[in-house]
Ligand binder design. Sequence first.
Ligand SMILES: C[S@@+](CC[C@H](N)C(=O)[O-])C[C@H]1O[C@@H](n2cnc3c(N)ncnc32)[C@H](O)[C@@H]1O
Length: 350
Amino acid sequence: MRGINLKHYICPATGCSLRTQGSYSDTDTIVSDELIGGKDKNGNPRRYPVKDGIVYFSEDVRESLSAVEQAEYDYYQTFSGDYDSYQDWLFKSFYVDEEDLRREMIDALEIDDNSLVLEIGCGTCRDSVEIARRLGPGGTLFLQDLSSEMLLVGREKISELVKDDTGPTVEFSVGNAHHLPFADNHIDAVFHFGGINLFSDVRQAIAEMARVVRPGGKVVLGDEGIAPWLRNKQYGEILINSSQHYGFEPPIAALPPTAKDVRLRWIIGNAFYLIEFTVSESEPEVDLDLPILGLRGGTHRSRYFGQLEGVTPRTKKAVIQAAINEGISVHEWLEKSLNKQLETEREDSK
Ligand SMILES: C[S@@+](CC[C@H](N)C(=O)[O-])C[C@H]1O[C@@H](n2cnc3c(N)ncnc32)[C@H](O)[C@@H]1O
């Protein structure tokens, strides 16, 4: 890793900054060292080894994983050599040009030459190569995966692109998408494709993606999931029969409240979903106190927070009629009548 990029990482467990054992200038390459982070519950500093230029944010990565993630980890650690042939077969089977498709997904990131981009679960870097092509020398691409073996295959692929000064700097780390080693609002865009269905906590993983992206930046993520209109057709049933992964649904309800301009589409034979959203500074706003027009009246706030005990249908009908007779909303009639009653009680108690 390049010395200059150390400043971008934080301790994923505590959020504090990291330091190295050795000292490095911005242009130095850190091949082998240790990043030292915040203290663990026993008061010992957390240590993240750098081996052959790759940061390991979990040294004993397998032990720190849930059972589902351990299965994922074991699978990809041994499958890395065959993964690329499997992907070639997959795109061929759907009659889709993989490069065109991956370019289209990366368009959604809306990045420029100088962007700071993070790809989670980058695997053998089939998308990363295209992301790196979009970045200039001022850009930085952080590539992250749970499996060091997948990452090593990917690094080989991408090294051609970054060997001179015309491309971005590319950094590699092994870690878990559920605890990203970046500060809030730090990254311009986050990309993930192909693994999220089997993440143990999809909501937390998406919350992490949104947390590290600056307001106005994009998150793009996708995985297998047959489009709903094909699920019960023979096409969908055949695919789900071959791989249950096609039975997943897009995790649209797991997006954070700050997601805006959300788009969901189906790609690759409508057997994969792709979700993109912009991270907004705040949750959506609505004027809770603007009077609502019509007979019922009131405001969003009074309707939600001001509910009284239920009344009988007969009383309700009588109240509506009384409001109509006075030419005011039900809300105004109730407020007026209740306040009148309360005023009388106050006078009586004096
Ligand atoms: C199907 S591959 C997709 C690889 C690549 N994105 C692509 O489109 O070809 C899924 C990848 O997600 C990684 N992965 C699985 N669980 C992960 C987690 N919790 N955190 C980070 N990466 C994870 C796997 O190691 C694997 O490389």
